[in-house]
Design a protein around this ligand. Structure first.
Ligand SMILES: O=C(O)CCC(=O)C(=O)O
Length: 265
C-alpha cells in the first residue's frame, strides 16, 4: 500500500451548519442505530479528498500485486476506474486524517460513544459506475469483536451524492439493540463476512441516502448493506471506524493492525 501523502490543505466544515448533535438527533441514533447529518464537510474539502483519493488510487494501481487484485479490484483489470477500495486512508493520507480530526466531527463521535476516541481502521469505497458490486448485510461488531459493543462507531462520509441508484447504505432500524449474529464468508472471499441469507429477512432494510459532504453514523451492531451501483455516477465514500480508548477489540474476525491506529482525542 502506498504511504505517501496527498496535497496539503485544511478541512472545512460547511458554513453555518451545526454539527454537534442535538437531543432529537441523539434520540434518533439511540432508537434506530444510525443517524444521517446532511451537511458536514464543505465542497472544497470534498473536492480535495476526491483529488487525493484519485492520485492515491493511481499510485496503488501501479504497484498492485496479483494477490491484492482479487480483493481490491471489482474485476482483474488494472485500467480505468475499477478499483473497489483502499485501506487506511486516515493513517496514510494527511487530508483525510484532518477530516477524521475535525473538531465538530470528533465532538459528535464523543457524544455517541463517549470521550477519548481513536480511528483503528478506515476504508475508501469507490463503487465505480456500472461496476461497483453490492456489500451484503453485516454488522461491523462481528468484524471488530470489541469488549464493549457500544464503544465502536462507523462514520461514513459521502464524497458523491449517495442514492438508491448508485448504491447508498441500507440499515436495519433498531438492529443495534439485538445481538451480534454469526457471519459467514463465501469460500473465495474470506474477508466478505455477512449474515447468512436465510436470516437476512429479520430486519427490513431502509435506504439512507446521503448528499456529498454529509455523514451517516452507525452503531457497531447495526445491520447494514449496500447495493450495486447501477447508475452512470460513482459512489465514493470514506468509512472511519472509531473506538473509545478504554475499550479493546478482544475477538476480531479479521486482523486489525495496531500500528495504524490514529489516536484522535
Ligand atoms: O460503503 C459501503 O458500501 C459499505 C460500507 C460499510 O459496510 C461500512 O461502512 O461499515
Amino acid at each position: 500500500m502506498a504511504t505517501s501523502d496527498g496535497p496539503p490543505g485544511g478541512t472545512g466544515v460547511a458554513k453555518g451548519t451545526q454539527t454537534m448533535l442535538s437531543d432529537p438527533q441523539l434520540d434518533q441514533f439511540r432508537q434506530l442505530g444510525h443517524l444521517t447529518i446532511p451537511e458536514v464537510f464543505d465542497r472544497r474539502t470534498v473536492a480535495g479528498a476526491l483529488a487525493d483519493i484519485d492520485s492515491w488510487s493511481r499510485e496503488f494501481l501501479e504497484q498492485i500485486s496479483e494477490e491484492q487484485q482479487r480483493w481490491y479490484l471489482e474485476q482483474a483489470d488494472t485500467t480505468g476506474t475499477v478499483l473497489r477500495k483502499l485501506d487506511e486512508p486516515v493513517f496514510h493520507r494527511t487530508l483525510l486524517r484532518q477530516m477524521a480530526q475535525s473538531e465538530q466531527l470528533v465532538g459528535s463521535v464523543e457524544q455517541l460513544i463517549g470521550p477519548g476516541v481513536s480511528v483503528f481502521f478506515s476504508q475508501v469505497f469507490c463503487k465505480p459506475p456500472g461496476l461497483g458490486g453490492p456489500k451484503p448485510v453485516h454488522q461491523d461488531n462481528f468484524y471488530f469483536g470489541p469488549d464493549d459493543l457500544d464503544a465502536t462507531l462507523t462514520v461514513w462520509i459521502a464524497l458523491d451524492d449517495a442514492t438508491r441508484e448508485n448504491g447508498c447504505l441500507f440499515y436495519g432500524n433498531g438492529s443495534h439493540r439485538g445481538p451480534v449474529y454469526e457471519h459467514m464468508a463465501p469460500p473465495d472471499e474470506p474477508y466478505n463476512l455477512q449474515i447468512p441469507s436465510d436470516q437476512v429477512d429479520h430486519y427490513p432494510m431502509t435506504p439512507a441516502p446521503v448528499p456529498a459532504g454529509g455523514i451517516s453514523f452507525h452503531h457497531g451492531n447495526t445491520w447494514h448493506q449496500s447495493s450495486s451501483n447501477t447508475s452512470s455516477r460513482p459512489r465514493r465514500a470514506i468509512a472511519m471506524h472509531y473506538l473509545r480508548n478504554n475499550a479493546s477489540l478482544i475477538k476480531p474476525a479479521l486482523p486489525y493492525d495496531p500500528s495504524v491506529v490514529v489516536k484522535i482525542s
